[in-house]
Structure formats: structure tokens, C-alpha cells
Ligand binder design. Structure first.
Ligand SMILES: Nc1ncnc2c1ncn2[C@@H]1O[C@H](COP(=O)(O)OP(=O)(O)O)[C@@H](O)[C@H]1O
Ligand SMILES: [Mg+2]
Length: 367
């Protein structure tokens, strides 16, 4: 099934939750929707599932206008973060549920249902758990059963809303690999929602970055990492250090910044803002430099170095403790900064963005 979303808008009271979404998900594709909490991911999934309706825009699936199609006719498989399995039903009955509640005329025979459940138990690697009750399962096993229940109806589209969000990191990683395999085996068109970058990039070939009801960028991990399309994406991908610079003939200029390792950009001359990840900034000892080291903290593998310039701007950098450049960097040392990579966007830093000194809370806001 190919899903085509066009010009989709949705507001709840004064809040515009979707502000014009255009997205096509190809047949058999696994797309991840990645964005901070409140960016409208769940709202978009609910509209696709038929649990909510947009104010404007189109939802076309293989040429059919789904906005005119009731939820039960869309055949959606939906897995939520906290998927309530029926506690009084065995695993196999939970998985069979969507088939057994069909009207008699559409319901497969008992033997067919049993065979389908066996097949899924095998695919989900929980064949030995078929006769257990949900309370006798771990969190990871329960999410496998939830996925089995979603897959049993042979969904046209599989929607997963932070399905591993409640599980711990090691189990999430396991389930991620396993989900890729299951997706490959079933070939379903799937949309996976997460606010976890690593999860999105590992799972999906294409990642859709959402921020405040809008798609900010669509691309692969490398594209989004190396070429963020907007300041929002740069920030979301960890470029939390923002330095005001001046563009001149495609070169980035700023006092105390050695920009020789950054590529030339096709940007107009004038003010711009450089976005950097703390681990892409090397402080270089320099008696003429305008940055002074305030603190140096070691985690064993890395040094976290906080610096301040004469104007009161602060930046934090992270570098390998054994890097040659790290030698001799101690509080009070004067340096200049050498960015190893970064993105630059035209214009001064937006007034709404806090200065570098207040960067830490800003980063939390968008996670
Ligand atoms: N039924 C609702 N009524 C009012 N506001 C809602 C409703 N559902 C979601 N919202 C608001 O819409 C915004 C986006 O929510 P949501 O789609 O759940 O985002 P996400 O899944 O990305 O965290 C949030 O600000 C949320 O408070
Ligand atoms: Mg959500």
C-alpha cells in the first residue's frame, strides 16, 4: 500500500498540531517519524488509523480516499507504547483476537486461525509462550504479542507508536533488530514513531524529522546528520552550540574561530549562525585566543571542557582525552576554537533561541 498525505492540517482549539504535512510512504517501506514530544506524531498516526480526522488535507492509500473510510475498513495494525493485552486471554487468543471478532461471513475457520497464530508465534520467536497469560510475560515478550495481534489481521498498514518506549535499552535494541526482520518477512507498509534518534536511524531507511507540526527534513541518517535542512534539525541532532558569524565570499568568519576545516557555503554575505556539536569543536591553545577554559571534567575516555569568551558567551566541547590537542588544556588556558564540522544558516540567531550560556535547558526542551 502506498500512503500519500497531502496538505494535512489539524488544530486542537488554538493549537495548530499539524501545519501542512506532505508525505508519501511507498509500498513495503518502513519509515520512522522522529521528533520531540508534542510535535504531532501521534496525531498523524491516529488520523491514518481513522481514530481522528484532519481539518484539511488528503489521505490517499492506493488510490482510495481513506478519509471517507471508517476505521474498521482500513485494516490497520496499531501497536502503542502501552498496549493493553487482554489479561484473561492466553497469548494465542490475544493474537487471534482481531480475527475471531470478525463477522461470521468474513471470519476464517478455526483451523485457519490456529494455523495463522502458530505461524505468527514462530515468526515472533515466542512459540513456547502461546499458552501463557500476559502477566506471565516480560515487557519485551508482551510487545511481541502486541505486534502479533496487529499482524494477525494482515494489516494494509502497520502503525507503531513508540512501541518500545517503556522498555529498557538492551531489550529495545534486541526488539529493533527483530522488528526489522519481521518487517522484511511480512513486507508491510509501516510507520514507526519514536523520539529516539538511534532507534529511528537503525530501523528505517528513511527518517522523517518532525518539529511542531511540520516536516523539517526527510532523509537517511547520514544526510540528516551531515546536512541538516533547518536550524531545528541541526539542534535536534545535537548541534547545541550556536555561534554568531559573518559570511564573506562563502567563508565563515568570527573572532576566535578557525573555520579552515569547514567547507565553503553558498550563502549570501552577511550575518549567519554556525551550529556545532560539542564533540566537533577542538579548543586549540593560543595565547591570543579569545576563549578561556573555565572547567575541564574527565569521564576517562573524554574531556568535557567549558569555555567562555570576553563577551560572556559560553561553549562546551568534548574531545577524546588522549587526543594530542587535549594535552595542556587546563582551566585558565586561552584558546581559539577549531570546528571540525558544522552547519551554517543565514541570519543572526533567532531572538527566541537562548544564548549559548543558557543552552542546556534549550536542548532538553526539544527532546
Ligand atoms: N485530543 C487532544 N486535545 C487537545 N490537544 C491535543 C489532543 N491530542 C493532542 N493534543 C496536543 O497536540 C500536540 C501534539 O500531540 P501529539 O500528536 O501527541 O504529539 P507527539 O506524539 O509528537 O508527542 C500536543 O501539544 C498535544 O498536547
Ligand atoms: Mg506521541
Amino acid at each position: 500500500m502506498t500512503i500519500t498525505i497531502t496538505g494535512m492540517r489539524k488544530r486542537f482549539g488554538p493549537t495548530e498540531v499539524l501545519r501542512g504535512i506532505d508525505l508519501t510512504v511507498e509500498k513495503g517501506e518502513l519509515v520512522a517519524l522522529l521528533g520531540p514530544s508534542g510535535s504531532g506524531k501521534t496525531t498523524l498516526l491516529k488520523i491514518i488509523a481513522g481514530l481522528d480526522w484532519p481539518d484539511m488535507g488528503g489521505l490517499d492509500v492506493d488510490g482510495v480516499n481513506w478519509l471517507n473510510l471508517p476505521a474498521q475498513d482500513r485494516r490497520i495494525g496499531f501497536v502503542f507504547q502501552h498496549y493493553a493485552l487482554f489479561p484473561h486471554m492466553k497469548v494465542r487468543d490475544n493474537i487471534a483476537f482481531g480475527l475471531t471478532v470478525r463477522p461470521r461471513s468474513q471470519r476464517p475457520g478455526r483451523g485457519v486461525i490456529a494455523a495463522r497464530v502458530d505461524e505468527l508465534l514462530h515468526l515472533l520467536q515466542i512459540a513456547h509462550l502461546g499458552d501463557r497469560y500476559p502477566a506471565q510475560l516480560s515487557g519485551g515478550q508482551r510487545q511481541r504479542v502486541a505486534l502479533g495481534r496487529a499482524l494477525a489481521i494482515e494489516p494494509t498498514v502497520l502503525l507503531l507508536d513508540e512501541p518500545f518506549g517503556a522498555l529498557d535499552a538492551a531489550i529495545r535494541r534486541d526488539l529493533r533488530n527483530w522488528l526489522r526482520e519481521v518487517h522484511g518477512a511480512t513486507g508491510s507498509t509501516s510507520i514507526f514513531v519514536t523520539h529516539d534518534q538511534e532507534e529511528a536511524f537503525e530501523l528505517a531507511d528513511r527518517v522523517v524529522i518532525m518539529g511542531q507540526g511540520q516536516i523539517e527534513q526527510i532523509g537517511s541518517a547520514d544526510q540528516i546528520h551531515d546536512r541538516p535542512a533547518t536550524p531545528f534539525v541541526a539542534n535536534f541532532m545535537g548541534a547545541t552550540v550556536e555561534i554568531p558569524v559573518t559570511m564573506r565570499a562563502g567563508r565563515i568568519e568570527a573572532a576566535g574561530i578557525d573555520a579552515t576545516r569547514l567547507e565553503r557555503r553558498v550563502l549570501p554575505d552577511g550575518p549567519a549562525t554556525l551550529f556545532l556539536r560539542p564533540d566537533d569543536i577542538t579548543p586549540i591553545a593560543d595565547t591570543q585566543g579569545c576563549w578561556t577554559i573555565e572547567t575541564v571534567a574527565s569521564t576517562g575516555a573524554t574531556l568535557r571542557i567549558a569555555l567562555k569568551d570576553g563577551a560572556g558567551n559560553r561553549v562546551e566541547t568534548v574531545l577524546p582525552r588522549r587526543a594530542p590537542e587535549a594535552a595542556g588544556l587546563t582551566p585558565g588556558t586561552r584558546t581559539h576554537l577549531r570546528p571540525e564540522a558544522g552547519s551554517v544558516f543565514p541570519g543572526p540567531r533567532p531572538a527566541t533561541t537562548p544564548a549559548p550560556a543558557a543552552q542546556a535547558p534549550a536542548k532538553e526542551n526539544i527532546r
